[in-house]
Write a protein that binds this ligand. Structure first.
Ligand code: NAD
Length: 492
């Protein structure tokens, strides 16, 4: 059994109140580590360290020097990718094949934003007032509080911290209480990369304790959050009390739309990657599969065939397709939604139960589950399940697909499967979502902005625009004339 500590001001330290909590291996159903239970006192210490780093010599470091540290961190993450991926799998039960891929790709965020760090340029404004030099500077917002979810803990660390540190901010991270280990281990690499103490801090603990204390802290200038819309709304209103900047990466109920002119094999593979990959535990899950009625039978048959042959079991094994559900509450929620769908009159096409087999004992497993005959008004179509549960909804034509696709509170992502280029462009314009994939699904890149509209969130991660989330624009006016100002009682 491993016992972890917070990482504050460049050192691993015990929690102020001397309390730890269990971290479970969702596959084996066992406790495998003890995590420090952070409280306001730990958050105070971490924020003080982050503020002191900003106010000290680190704050004066050039952007190019910060970029060098970031590149070094990227190299260290690359060297440790497989080890970190295994820690993530132990904590969240996602497939090692997925998490190892994520971790090997992860350094790209550090390299990309390291390159951007010294290209944050202000502008000289050709100002309309004579005898003035007017220009803008983009300054770091200050200490950033980053609160992350359990499904891809370190990916979120990179998405948030790489642009924040490139912008010149310092960070305090509160990882999910279900998956704190990888972020705490990661801190050692930040130290090894040579970042000064206080730039990167990790306080583990419960949302309502350590998380809430971070949001409420007067010296935290900005909160960047990944999690559910319910918690996001709470954080947004709490941050509003301090007029604090916030970015929110929240949930989704994304439509994945298959037209009858699509390559149906590719479309069904995309539908699977949208809902059964990661056991459906992704914010971008294509949980509403909108299928043109003329090809519904064919699509349903293919989807059932893929679900039937998917290998369910040990997430560490390369041949496994579907692993366990990460948390006990999440498992209970998925089971509840399967019951809700049945009681609403959706037709169970496949799954719904607990899979059997030698690799299943102990874990929280759900069969890949497909409902058809779903109406978009049903709860199973409107609410985020965050599990391997697909709702198939039929449609007649493009207008109806758009109407159903957009008839939802969320707007994180959408998929479109068609061979018709005009239709592909029209659909990408008409669907209200932060990302639209055409003839692909679940592709992400450090270069491409990611985020939601409507209840899926505010702000963007990745891509050039992500750095702006951590910058504040200052306008500087310099009067170049030696003459006394005119009437001081009127605006110039
Ligand atoms: P969650 O909202 O339960 O928790 C997220 C984080 O918020 C955790 O670290 C938790 O401890 C913290 N938290 C909880 N209450 C808090 C409070 N009062 N104050 C401050 N922090 C608090 O979400 P989850 O179950 O960890 O993750 C699943 C959700 O995340 C899903 O809705 C999913 O769609 C969403 N998600 C979104 C994205 C995205 O990029 N848009 C990515 C992954 C997951």
């Amino acid at each position: 059994m491993q016992t972890y500590q917070h990482y504050i001001n460049g050192a691993y330290v015990d929690p102020a109140q001397g309390q730890w909590f269990d971290s479970h291996d969702p596959y084996r159903g066992e406790v495998w580590a003890q995590m420090p239970r952070g409280t306001a006192a730990d958050v105070d210490a971490a924020v003080a360290a982050a503020k002191a780093a900003l106010d000290g010599p680190y704050g004066d470091l050039t952007a190019s020097a910060r970029g060098k540290l970031m590149r070094r961190l990227g190299d260290l993450v690359a060297e440790n990718a497989d080890r970190l991926a295994e820690i993530e799998v132990r904590d969240n039960g996602k497939l090692l094949s997925e998490m190892a891929g994520q971790m090997r790709y992860h350094p790209e965020w550090w390299y990309y934003f390291a390159g951007l760090a010294d290209k944050v340029e202000g502008s000289v404004i050709p100002i309309d007032k004579p005898n003035h030099l007017a220009f803008t500077r983009h300054e770091p917002v200050g200490v950033v509080g980053a609160i992350t979810a359990w499904n891809s803990p370190l990916l979120f660390v990179a998405w948030k911290c790489a642009p924040a540190i490139a912008a010149g901010c310092t960070v305090v991270i509160k990882p999910s209480e279900f998956t704190s280990a990888s972020t705490l281990e990661y801190a050692a690499l930040v130290k090894e990369a040579g970042f000064p103490d206080g730039v990167f801090n990790v306080v583990a603990g419960m949302g309502a304790e350590a998380g809430a204390a971070l949001v409420d802290h007067p010296d935290v200038a900005k909160i960047t959050f990944t999690g559910s819309d319910k918690t996001g709304a709470m954080i947004y209103s709490q941050a509003a009390k301090h007029i604090k900047r916030v970015s929110l990466e929240l949930g989704g109920k994304s439509p994945n739309v298959i037209f009858d002119d699509a390559n149906l094999d590719a479309a069904c593979a995309g539908a699977v990657s949208g809902i059964f990959a990661a056991t459906g535990q992704t914010c971008i899950a294509g949980s509403r599969l909108l299928v043109q009625n003329s090809v519904r039978d064919a699509v349903e048959a293919k989807m059932v065939e893929i679900a039937r042959t998917a290998k369910i079991g040990d997430p560490m094994k390369a041949e496994t397709n579907i692993g366990p559900v990460t948390t006990a509450p999440q498992y209970a929620k998925i089971r509840e939604y399967i019951g809700v769908a049945e009681s609403e009159g959706a037709k169970l096409l496949f799954g719904g139960g607990t899979p059997q087999g030698p690799e299943i004992q102990g874990g929280q497993f759900v069969e890949p589950t497909i409902f058809t005959g779903v109406l978009n008004s049903m709860r199973i179509a409107q609410e985020e399940v965050f599990g391997p549960v697909l709702s198939i909804i039929g449609f007649e034509d493009e207008d109806e697909a758009v109407e159903i696709g957009n008839d939802i509170a969320f707007g994180l992502a959408a998929g479109v499967w068609t061979q018709n280029i005009g239709r592909a462009v029209r659909m990408s314009e008409r669907l209200k979502a932060g990302t639209v994939w055409v003839n692909t699904y679940r592709a992400v890149s450090y270069m491409m902005p990611f985020g939601g509209v409507k209840r899926s969130g505010i702000g963007r991660e990745s891509g050039v625009e992500a750095i702006r989330e951590y910058l504040s624009t200052k306008s500087v006016w310099i009067n170049t004339s030696d003459e006394a100002p005119g009437n001081p009682f009127v605006m110039r």
